[in-house]
Design a protein around this ligand. Sequence first.
Ligand code: NDP
Length: 287
Amino acid sequence: MTATILDGKSLSLQVRTQLAQEVQAFTSLSGIVPHLAAVLVGDDPASAVYIRSKEKACREAGMLGSVTRLPATTTTQELLSVVHNLNADQGVHGILVQLPLPAQIDAVTILDAVDPAKDVDCFHPENVGLLMQNRPRYLPCTPHGIQQILAAYKIETTGRHVVVVGRSDIVGKPIAMMLAQKGPTANATVTICHSATSDLPAICRTADILIAAIGKPQFIDASMVKAGACVIDVGINRVGDHLVGDVAYADVLPIAGSITPVPGGVGPLTIAMLLKNTLSAARMQVG
Ligand code: NDP
Protein backbone atom coordinates (compact mmCIF):
# COMPACT_ATOMS: atom_id res chain seq x y z
CA MET A 1 0.00 0.00 0.00
CA THR A 2 1.18 3.56 -0.68
CA ALA A 3 -0.46 6.37 1.18
CA THR A 4 -2.63 9.02 -0.45
CA ILE A 5 -0.74 12.31 -0.26
CA LEU A 6 -2.91 14.94 1.40
CA ASP A 7 -1.95 17.91 -0.72
CA GLY A 8 -2.37 20.95 1.51
CA LYS A 9 -0.75 23.26 -0.99
CA SER A 10 -3.33 22.81 -3.73
CA LEU A 11 -6.17 22.72 -1.22
CA SER A 12 -4.99 26.03 0.21
CA LEU A 13 -4.91 27.53 -3.30
CA GLN A 14 -8.55 26.53 -3.77
CA VAL A 15 -9.50 28.00 -0.39
CA ARG A 16 -7.61 31.24 -1.09
CA THR A 17 -9.15 31.64 -4.55
CA GLN A 18 -12.61 31.29 -3.04
CA LEU A 19 -11.65 33.65 -0.24
CA ALA A 20 -10.41 36.31 -2.67
CA GLN A 21 -13.87 36.29 -4.27
CA GLU A 22 -15.52 36.69 -0.86
CA VAL A 23 -13.17 39.55 0.02
CA GLN A 24 -13.97 41.29 -3.26
CA ALA A 25 -17.72 40.94 -2.62
CA PHE A 26 -17.32 42.21 0.95
CA THR A 27 -15.20 45.18 -0.10
CA SER A 28 -17.50 46.22 -2.93
CA LEU A 29 -20.51 46.12 -0.57
CA SER A 30 -18.90 47.77 2.45
CA GLY A 31 -16.08 49.83 0.95
CA ILE A 32 -13.80 48.26 3.56
CA VAL A 33 -10.62 46.31 2.90
CA PRO A 34 -10.01 43.66 5.60
CA HIS A 35 -6.76 44.51 7.36
CA LEU A 36 -4.48 42.06 9.18
CA ALA A 37 -1.87 43.86 11.29
CA ALA A 38 1.12 41.73 12.23
CA VAL A 39 3.70 42.60 14.83
CA LEU A 40 7.20 41.19 14.51
CA VAL A 41 9.66 41.65 17.36
CA GLY A 42 13.33 40.93 16.74
CA ASP A 43 15.08 39.36 13.79
CA ASP A 44 14.38 35.64 14.02
CA PRO A 45 14.85 34.53 10.37
CA ALA A 46 12.05 31.91 10.43
CA SER A 47 9.58 34.45 11.86
CA ALA A 48 10.60 36.97 9.18
CA VAL A 49 9.84 34.37 6.48
CA TYR A 50 6.44 33.57 8.03
CA ILE A 51 5.54 37.26 8.24
CA ARG A 52 6.51 37.88 4.61
CA SER A 53 4.41 34.95 3.42
CA LYS A 54 1.43 36.20 5.46
CA GLU A 55 1.81 39.68 3.96
CA LYS A 56 1.93 38.22 0.45
CA ALA A 57 -1.08 35.99 1.12
CA CYS A 58 -3.07 39.01 2.34
CA ARG A 59 -2.23 40.94 -0.83
CA GLU A 60 -3.21 38.04 -3.07
CA ALA A 61 -6.55 37.73 -1.26
CA GLY A 62 -7.28 41.44 -1.72
CA MET A 63 -6.63 42.25 1.93
CA LEU A 64 -4.29 44.67 3.57
CA GLY A 65 -1.40 43.05 5.43
CA SER A 66 0.70 45.47 7.45
CA VAL A 67 3.69 44.70 9.65
CA THR A 68 4.97 46.65 12.66
CA ARG A 69 8.63 45.69 13.08
CA LEU A 70 10.17 46.24 16.51
CA PRO A 71 13.74 45.71 17.75
CA ALA A 72 14.73 42.57 19.68
CA THR A 73 15.24 44.75 22.79
CA THR A 74 11.55 45.79 22.93
CA THR A 75 10.05 45.58 26.45
CA THR A 76 6.68 44.13 27.44
CA GLN A 77 5.39 47.66 28.10
CA GLU A 78 6.51 48.92 24.69
CA LEU A 79 4.88 45.99 22.93
CA LEU A 80 1.74 46.40 25.02
CA SER A 81 1.41 49.97 23.84
CA VAL A 82 1.71 48.85 20.18
CA VAL A 83 -1.01 46.24 20.78
CA HIS A 84 -3.26 48.84 22.48
CA ASN A 85 -2.87 51.17 19.49
CA LEU A 86 -3.82 48.39 17.09
CA ASN A 87 -6.80 47.48 19.30
CA ALA A 88 -7.99 51.08 19.11
CA ASP A 89 -7.41 51.43 15.35
CA GLN A 90 -10.75 50.94 13.60
CA GLY A 91 -8.97 50.33 10.32
CA VAL A 92 -7.37 47.16 11.75
CA HIS A 93 -9.59 44.06 11.86
CA GLY A 94 -7.15 41.31 12.83
CA ILE A 95 -4.00 41.39 14.98
CA LEU A 96 -1.25 38.81 14.90
CA VAL A 97 1.71 38.93 17.25
CA GLN A 98 4.34 36.66 15.71
CA LEU A 99 5.67 34.04 18.13
CA PRO A 100 8.11 33.30 19.62
CA LEU A 101 8.71 36.61 21.37
CA PRO A 102 12.13 37.48 22.84
CA ALA A 103 12.67 36.08 26.35
CA GLN A 104 12.34 39.45 28.15
CA ILE A 105 8.75 39.85 26.93
CA ASP A 106 5.87 38.34 28.89
CA ALA A 107 4.08 36.59 26.03
CA VAL A 108 0.96 35.75 28.07
CA THR A 109 0.46 39.42 29.01
CA ILE A 110 0.80 40.41 25.37
CA LEU A 111 -1.55 37.77 23.97
CA ASP A 112 -4.12 38.53 26.70
CA ALA A 113 -3.99 42.21 25.70
CA VAL A 114 -5.13 41.62 22.11
CA ASP A 115 -8.77 42.65 21.67
CA PRO A 116 -10.63 39.29 21.49
CA ALA A 117 -12.63 40.61 18.50
CA LYS A 118 -9.34 41.07 16.61
CA ASP A 119 -7.67 37.89 17.90
CA VAL A 120 -7.58 36.05 14.58
CA ASP A 121 -5.03 33.54 15.94
CA CYS A 122 -7.59 32.50 18.59
CA PHE A 123 -5.07 32.68 21.45
CA HIS A 124 -7.06 34.94 23.80
CA PRO A 125 -8.60 33.09 26.79
CA GLU A 126 -12.07 34.40 25.87
CA ASN A 127 -11.81 32.88 22.39
CA VAL A 128 -10.28 29.66 23.73
CA GLY A 129 -13.20 29.44 26.20
CA LEU A 130 -15.74 29.93 23.41
CA LEU A 131 -13.97 27.24 21.36
CA MET A 132 -14.04 24.88 24.34
CA GLN A 133 -17.81 25.36 24.60
CA ASN A 134 -18.25 24.62 20.90
CA ARG A 135 -19.42 28.13 20.03
CA PRO A 136 -16.24 29.52 18.51
CA ARG A 137 -15.77 33.15 17.51
CA TYR A 138 -12.66 32.10 15.58
CA LEU A 139 -11.15 28.68 14.96
CA PRO A 140 -7.40 28.51 15.63
CA CYS A 141 -5.59 28.50 12.30
CA THR A 142 -3.48 25.33 12.33
CA PRO A 143 -6.16 23.08 13.88
CA HIS A 144 -8.73 24.53 11.48
CA GLY A 145 -6.35 23.80 8.60
CA ILE A 146 -6.10 20.18 9.76
CA GLN A 147 -9.90 19.92 9.87
CA GLN A 148 -10.09 21.34 6.34
CA ILE A 149 -7.70 18.67 5.07
CA LEU A 150 -9.68 15.90 6.77
CA ALA A 151 -12.94 17.28 5.34
CA ALA A 152 -11.58 17.83 1.82
CA TYR A 153 -10.23 14.28 1.61
CA LYS A 154 -13.39 12.84 3.23
CA ILE A 155 -11.44 11.21 6.04
CA GLU A 156 -14.03 9.93 8.49
CA THR A 157 -13.60 11.24 12.03
CA THR A 158 -16.87 10.18 13.66
CA GLY A 159 -16.21 7.33 16.07
CA ARG A 160 -12.56 7.11 15.01
CA HIS A 161 -9.66 7.12 17.41
CA VAL A 162 -7.52 10.22 17.01
CA VAL A 163 -4.16 10.32 18.77
CA VAL A 164 -2.63 13.79 19.09
CA VAL A 165 1.05 13.85 20.05
CA GLY A 166 1.68 17.28 21.60
CA ARG A 167 -0.36 19.39 24.01
CA SER A 168 0.58 22.96 23.10
CA ASP A 169 -1.97 25.76 23.30
CA ILE A 170 -1.42 26.48 19.60
CA VAL A 171 -1.85 23.02 18.09
CA GLY A 172 -2.17 19.97 20.34
CA LYS A 173 -4.86 21.06 22.79
CA PRO A 174 -7.13 22.90 20.35
CA ILE A 175 -7.08 20.20 17.64
CA ALA A 176 -7.82 17.55 20.26
CA MET A 177 -10.76 19.60 21.53
CA MET A 178 -12.10 20.41 18.06
CA LEU A 179 -12.07 16.80 16.91
CA ALA A 180 -13.75 15.63 20.13
CA GLN A 181 -16.64 18.14 19.77
CA LYS A 182 -20.04 17.21 18.48
CA GLY A 183 -20.22 18.30 14.85
CA PRO A 184 -19.00 17.70 11.33
CA THR A 185 -15.38 16.58 10.87
CA ALA A 186 -15.33 15.90 14.61
CA ASN A 187 -17.12 13.40 16.91
CA ALA A 188 -13.87 11.49 17.36
CA THR A 189 -12.52 9.71 20.39
CA VAL A 190 -9.34 11.59 21.16
CA THR A 191 -6.21 10.74 23.13
CA ILE A 192 -3.66 13.46 23.89
CA CYS A 193 -0.04 12.37 24.35
CA HIS A 194 2.99 14.34 25.54
CA SER A 195 6.52 13.88 26.81
CA ALA A 196 5.37 12.08 29.96
CA THR A 197 3.16 9.56 28.12
CA SER A 198 4.05 5.93 28.83
CA ASP A 199 4.54 3.65 25.85
CA LEU A 200 3.82 6.28 23.24
CA PRO A 201 4.43 3.88 20.29
CA ALA A 202 1.71 1.50 21.53
CA ILE A 203 -0.83 4.35 21.84
CA CYS A 204 0.11 5.74 18.43
CA ARG A 205 -0.46 2.32 16.88
CA THR A 206 -4.10 2.43 18.02
CA ALA A 207 -4.73 5.66 16.07
CA ASP A 208 -7.00 5.76 13.04
CA ILE A 209 -5.82 9.36 12.69
CA LEU A 210 -2.40 10.23 14.11
CA ILE A 211 -1.56 13.92 14.51
CA ALA A 212 2.09 14.78 15.22
CA ALA A 213 2.71 18.24 16.71
CA ILE A 214 5.93 17.67 18.59
CA GLY A 215 8.68 19.78 17.04
CA LYS A 216 11.15 16.89 16.77
CA PRO A 217 12.35 15.95 13.28
CA GLN A 218 11.06 12.59 12.02
CA PHE A 219 10.11 11.48 15.53
CA ILE A 220 7.16 9.30 14.43
CA ASP A 221 8.51 6.26 12.62
CA ALA A 222 6.84 3.35 10.86
CA SER A 223 6.72 1.25 14.05
CA MET A 224 4.32 3.84 15.56
CA VAL A 225 1.75 3.81 12.75
CA LYS A 226 -1.14 1.40 12.23
CA ALA A 227 -1.51 0.13 8.65
CA GLY A 228 -3.93 2.36 6.77
CA ALA A 229 -3.94 5.19 9.35
CA CYS A 230 -4.23 8.83 8.35
CA VAL A 231 -1.07 10.66 9.44
CA ILE A 232 -1.16 14.44 9.86
CA ASP A 233 2.31 15.93 10.27
CA VAL A 234 2.20 19.42 11.79
CA GLY A 235 5.92 19.65 12.50
CA ILE A 236 8.16 22.13 10.73
CA ASN A 237 11.81 21.48 11.56
CA ARG A 238 14.83 22.88 9.79
CA VAL A 239 17.45 20.19 9.23
CA GLY A 240 20.47 21.54 7.39
CA ASP A 241 19.03 23.57 4.55
CA HIS A 242 15.69 21.81 4.23
CA LEU A 243 12.45 21.43 6.19
CA VAL A 244 11.23 18.13 7.60
CA GLY A 245 8.19 17.22 9.64
CA ASP A 246 7.75 15.32 12.89
CA VAL A 247 7.07 12.15 10.89
CA ALA A 248 9.69 10.01 9.13
CA TYR A 249 7.83 10.51 5.87
CA ALA A 250 9.58 8.02 3.57
CA ASP A 251 9.44 5.35 6.28
CA VAL A 252 5.73 5.86 7.04
CA LEU A 253 4.54 6.38 3.43
CA PRO A 254 4.21 2.64 2.59
CA ILE A 255 2.23 1.93 5.79
CA ALA A 256 -0.16 4.87 6.17
CA GLY A 257 -3.46 5.17 4.33
CA SER A 258 -2.90 8.89 3.84
CA ILE A 259 -0.29 11.41 4.93
CA THR A 260 0.47 15.13 4.78
CA PRO A 261 3.86 16.06 3.33
CA VAL A 262 6.20 18.67 4.84
CA PRO A 263 6.36 21.19 3.32
CA GLY A 264 3.06 21.41 1.45
CA GLY A 265 0.74 19.82 4.01
CA VAL A 266 -0.67 21.59 7.05
CA GLY A 267 1.45 24.77 6.73
CA PRO A 268 -0.29 26.30 3.68
CA LEU A 269 -3.71 25.72 5.22
CA THR A 270 -2.66 27.55 8.38
CA ILE A 271 -2.15 30.75 6.38
CA ALA A 272 -5.39 30.25 4.46
CA MET A 273 -7.32 29.92 7.74
CA LEU A 274 -5.68 33.08 9.07
CA LEU A 275 -7.02 34.97 6.06
CA LYS A 276 -10.46 33.42 6.58
CA ASN A 277 -10.47 34.63 10.19
CA THR A 278 -9.41 38.11 9.11
CA LEU A 279 -12.35 38.34 6.72
CA SER A 280 -14.68 37.08 9.49
CA ALA A 281 -13.20 39.69 11.85
CA ALA A 282 -13.84 42.48 9.35
CA ARG A 283 -17.41 41.24 8.78
CA MET A 284 -18.10 41.13 12.53
CA GLN A 285 -16.60 44.55 13.19
CA VAL A 286 -18.42 46.16 10.29
CA GLY A 287 -21.61 44.43 11.38
P1 NDP B 1 5.53 22.94 21.43
O1 NDP B 1 7.00 22.84 21.62
O2 NDP B 1 4.77 24.04 22.08
O3 NDP B 1 4.86 21.57 21.91
C1 NDP B 1 5.44 20.33 21.60
C2 NDP B 1 4.66 19.24 22.27
O4 NDP B 1 5.29 18.01 21.94
C3 NDP B 1 4.63 19.35 23.79
O5 NDP B 1 3.34 19.13 24.29
C4 NDP B 1 5.60 18.26 24.23
O6 NDP B 1 5.25 17.63 25.45
C5 NDP B 1 5.45 17.25 23.12
N1 NDP B 1 6.65 16.40 23.07
C6 NDP B 1 7.94 16.81 23.02
N2 NDP B 1 8.75 15.74 23.03
C7 NDP B 1 7.95 14.65 23.11
C8 NDP B 1 8.21 13.26 23.18
N3 NDP B 1 9.47 12.76 23.19
N4 NDP B 1 7.15 12.42 23.26
C9 NDP B 1 5.90 12.89 23.27
N5 NDP B 1 5.59 14.21 23.19
C10 NDP B 1 6.62 15.07 23.12
O7 NDP B 1 5.30 22.93 19.86
P2 NDP B 1 4.07 23.43 18.95
O8 NDP B 1 2.84 22.68 19.25
O9 NDP B 1 4.03 24.91 18.93
O10 NDP B 1 4.62 23.00 17.52
C11 NDP B 1 4.86 21.64 17.20
C12 NDP B 1 5.47 21.56 15.82
O11 NDP B 1 4.54 22.06 14.88
C13 NDP B 1 6.73 22.40 15.63
O12 NDP B 1 7.57 21.73 14.72
C14 NDP B 1 6.22 23.68 15.00
O13 NDP B 1 7.19 24.32 14.21
C15 NDP B 1 5.11 23.14 14.14
N6 NDP B 1 4.05 24.08 13.85
C16 NDP B 1 3.59 24.09 12.58
C17 NDP B 1 2.57 24.92 12.22
C18 NDP B 1 2.07 24.85 10.82
O14 NDP B 1 1.44 25.78 10.37
N7 NDP B 1 2.28 23.75 10.11
C19 NDP B 1 1.97 25.86 13.16
C20 NDP B 1 2.45 25.71 14.52
C21 NDP B 1 3.48 24.85 14.83
P3 NDP B 1 5.30 18.42 26.88
O15 NDP B 1 4.06 19.27 26.90
O16 NDP B 1 5.24 17.32 27.86
O17 NDP B 1 6.56 19.21 26.88
